[in-house]
Design a protein around this ligand. Structure first.
Ligand code: ATP
Ligand code: MG
Length: 388
């Protein structure tokens, strides 16, 4: 009898010919998150992945529920395929359930599945005999076939697996199966959530943070690093580019009409991110913008922002309310860091009356007052790369 983790995966089923590729990628990602657990075995079964050789099952489960592509996980007992071994397994799993839920009026049901048809008992027989076994062993529990508190699952496959818990995974598709994107990652609430949503669809991330020393502090930068670290628990390793942005902001501030500051800054951000994305082999940019949230996120502003680059800008939060974004941030664990009160670069050079409906020709004219190319080159020459 051995403690294992059983992993169910979902959407990759749909992928026909690509399925082996998706499964392999998921297995690799599972191995990667468990690599510091010692001698762990990750094995593929029929439509399942099994993890064996784990001492700290709860820690491992916590990591696995963040791996995209996984629908659910169960801590399970792997036993031999004979009734005595299965009954032993059932006893241990039932004891675990009782430790969790207490024994008062506890109800249960056995649900067996036999994929190995050579096993001499069918699932009906298994349910009946194992149910009777539980009642003999634990005379104070009752059967409830409709709404049991404990669903004892028994799967007779290559081995037999017995478990009672099914814990939701993060869903989505395995990271690495849908190309690469570059995320504009600020210290705010929105952009980590936007990155999470794109990574959930199987996209690998790199990230860019615009840092405005001395207007933004070392702590503001550390906050972004901390956010990237949380994000990386889902997305895998992230290369974070920290780009010095002060000079660009000062140049805009000194030379251009105040009302255009924000939109000009947004365009510079996109242009620099596009260069970095190119180097990274990323095909798209990702931001945390949503329609109308602030002056720079009106449809007109988004259009003028898009004009700055050739690369598509994905905005997965485009139709979300702030409260919905905050809920996801809470769920994925970025919220508490995002609300730490460190200044972000955009609050430093905020115009008193930003244009809410920028006109492209006016913006281009203002931009023409600057030597954009040189400014961008200089920023790229002085960036810092942090491997997360
Ligand atoms: P967030 O909560 O993600 O900071 P926000 O609501 O504060 O978003 P803005 O500050 O207008 O909105 O930023 C819009 C988007 O631009 C952000 O979601 C992020 O993708 C990007 N962005 C803003 N500031 C920075 C920065 N300093 N570095 C990198 N990206 C940034
Ligand atoms: Mg912000």
């Amino acid at each position: 009898m051995e403690n294992v983790i059983l992993i169910r995966y979902g959407e990759i089923y749909l992928k026909g010919l690509n399925r082996p590729f998706f499964e392999q990628r998921l297995m690799d990602n599972v191995k990667k998150v468990l690599e510091d657990f010692g001698d762990v075995k990750v094995k593929k079964g029929q439509g399942r992945i099994y993890v064996e050789g784990i001492d700290n099952i709860r820690d491992a489960m916590d990591r696995l529920t963040k791996v995209f592509g996984i629908i659910s996980v169960s801590p399970a007992l792997k036993t031999d395929k004979n009734m005595a071994a299965i009954e032993n397994g059932i006893r241990v799993v039932m004891e675990d359930a009782m430790a969790k839920y207490g024994v008062d009026n506890l109800t249960f049901k056995v649900e067996s599945r036999r994929s190995d048809k050579s096993f001499p008992k069918n699932s009906m027989e298994l349910n009946r005999e194992l149910g009777a076994f539980v009642l003999r062993e634990f005379p104070y529990v009752k059967v409830d076939v409709h709404n049991p508190e404990v669903l004892l699952s028994v799967e007779v496959r290559e081995w037999t697996y017995v478990y009672h818990e099914v814990i939701d995974g993060a869903g989505g598709m395995p990271v690495g199966t849908n190309g690469k994107a570059t995320l504009l990652l600020s210290g705010g609430i929105d952009s980590p959530v936007a990155g999470w949503m794109i990574a959930k669809r199987g996209v690998e991330l790199s990230a860019v943070y615009y840092h405005s020393v001395p207007y933004t502090s070392e702590r503001a930068k550390q906050k972004v690093i901390d956010l990237a670290r949380i994000l990386s628990k889902y997305s895998g390793p992230i290369k974070l580019y920290v780009v010095p942005f002060t000079k660009i902001q000062q140049e805009i501030y000194t030379n251009c009409p105040e009302s255009q500051l924000t939109i000009l800054m947004r365009r510079f951000m996109m242009k620099i991110a596009e260069e970095i994305a190119d180097q990274e082999g990323a095909k798209v940019l990702v931001t945390g913008e949503s329609v109308g949230q602030v002056a720079s996120q009106t449809l007109e502003s988004l259009v003028v922002t898009d004009d700055a680059v050739d690369m598509p800008i994905l905005r997965p939060l485009i139709g979300f309310d702030k409260i919905e974004i905050m809920n996801i941030a809470e769920k994925i664990g970025t919220y508490d860091i995002s609300i730490l009160p460190y200044e972000d670069c955009c609050t430093v050079f905020v115009p008193r009356h930003p244009v809410t409906r920028p006109k492209l020709d006016a913006v281009l004219k203002a931009e023409g007052l600057l030597d954009g190319e040189t400014l961008i080159e200089e920023a790229l020459d002085n960036l810092e790369i942090i491997e997360i």
